[in-house]
Ligand binder design. Structure first.
Ligand code: 13P
Ligand code: 13P
Ligand code: MG
Ligand code: MG
Length: 382
């Protein structure tokens, strides 16, 4: 049986008027490049979109994961698109391109990728979630809820096909060499949560059903760790299959209704709520945010895409967005204070250490008492 691969490869190669949105000419250019990729039989089908300032290439093919031709097509699209962005002096042109020499696949080169190879079922519904102004750990909480929390996913209790649970493959993204552990849920739920709660260190890479069927895949490329210096956050994508023995699409979407706090937002240095938004609102504005996620629903049929449907374009998510905006308002009042601003260890790759270094030279072991004679101002105060 032919196996279909869904590859989502993304990069921020420049955005309009700040880190707001991918300009139309880059979206059009990417569509032209991927159309040529179809003609050259590198891919079967594609859909190009954007999550805020991140250009998202959604592709299907029969070539498997980490395929050189497919990754090269995406990488060349980003490289040529960067040239166009530079010509027009678009802001942060080439932001996520860390190396201009392609070496087999996009890993470690800046772009992020989530891929999944499936044996197509009789009907194959899936969703792609694409977030801006956050990091891969942002998907830990919703993915846990979808595949492990019966208060979110009714099917875990009432559908015998889900009843045996799921295996989570978790990556330690702070390690130089990719490092993984797999944990079975519900059996190892407490250990799993002990890891997943540290969203900046441990991220879900893949999820499998107890019988080995792959159900979810997340981009875990840690852009700033790869670069060794701050170059923008690694805004993540996730592919999630639904239905027929997996969580229903409605159970998948239910997990995005909190809206939970994620790291990112302004200068990649702040905690904020993740707003689920329609494509028309896929642009970050207030304080470069708040962080947002879009969800596109597709079916795949013999390697071809059918769709998409804009999953968060619905009044059912208004209450989540409203709550999120109230949380954003509350958090903003903390200004430069934790826990709105991230702790210094999570800002290692920002420009904060430069400022702290300058301050550190002024510290002494003795408490300094300013010199001079204090004036008695009690009369003038009356
Ligand atoms: P992006 O990672 O989306 O480019 O955002 C960077 C940033 O600093 C926003 O303030
Ligand atoms: P500038 O230095 O261009 O203002 O960028 C700040 C920023 O957005 C960091 O990503
Ligand atoms: Mg950007
Ligand atoms: Mg972005």
């Amino acid at each position: 049986m032919v196996e279909t691969t869904i590859s989502v490869i993304k990069a921020d190669i420049g955005s309009l008027a700040g880190h707001v949105v991918v300009p139309d000419f880059l979206l059009e250019f990417a569509r032209k490049e991927l159309k040529a990729g179809v003609e050259k039989k590198i891919i079967n089908d594609f859909h190009v979109t954007h999550a805020g300032d991140d250009l998202e290439l959604i592709m299907t093919h029969f070539k498997g994961e980490n395929n050189e031709e497919v990754h090269r097509l995406a990488f060349d699209t980003f490289m040529k698109g960067t040239e166009l962005a530079r010509e027009k002096k678009i802001y942060a042109a080439g932001q996520d391109i860390l190396s201009d020499t392609f070496s087999g696949n996009v890993k470690g080169m800046g772009p992020g990728s989530a891929e999944m190879t499936i044996e197509e079922r009789k009907s194959e519904p899936f969703a792609i979630f694409m977030a801006d102004k956050t990091e891969p750990g942002a998907f830990n909480l919703p993915l846990f809820k979808i595949f492990a929390d019966p208060f979110n996913t009714a099917g875990l209790i009432i559908d015998p096909n889900l009843h045996d649970g799921f295996t989570f493959v978790v990556q330690d993204i702070m390690k130089d060499v990719p490092c993984f552990v797999d944990m079975k849920c519900p059996e190892e739920m407490y250990d799993l949560l002990a890891l997943l709660g540290s969203t900046g260190t441990f991220t879900i890479k893949k999820i499998y059903r107890a019988d080995g069927m792959v159900c979810a895949s997340v981009s875990t490329d840690k852009l700033h760790a790869v670069a060794g210096k701050y170059v923008g956050k690694d805004d993540p994508v996730a592919i999630i299959r639904a239905h027929s023995g997996l969580p229903a699409m409605g159970e998948v979407l239910e997990a995005f209704t909190i809206p939970h706090l994620v790291a990112g937002w302004m200068r990649g240095s702040h905690a904020g709520p993740l707003l689920p938004v329609a494509l028309k609102d896929s642009r970050c504005t207030r304080f470069d945010g708040p962080p947002r996620v879009i969800g596109l629903g597709f079916q795949v049929s013999n390697g071809m895409l059918v769709g998409p449907i804009d999953l968060f374009d619905d009044i059912a998510f208004d209450i989540t967005r409203q709550r999120g905006m109230e949380i954003a308002d509350y958090l903003r009042q903390h200004g430069p204070f934790e826990f709105h601003r991230l702790s210094s260890d999570r800002m290692e790759y920002s420009t904060l250490p430069k400022v702290l270094d300058k301050c550190s030279t002024r510290f002494t072991e003795e408490e300094i008492v300013p010199t001079g004679k204090a004036k008695d101002t009690s009369d003038s105060a009356e």
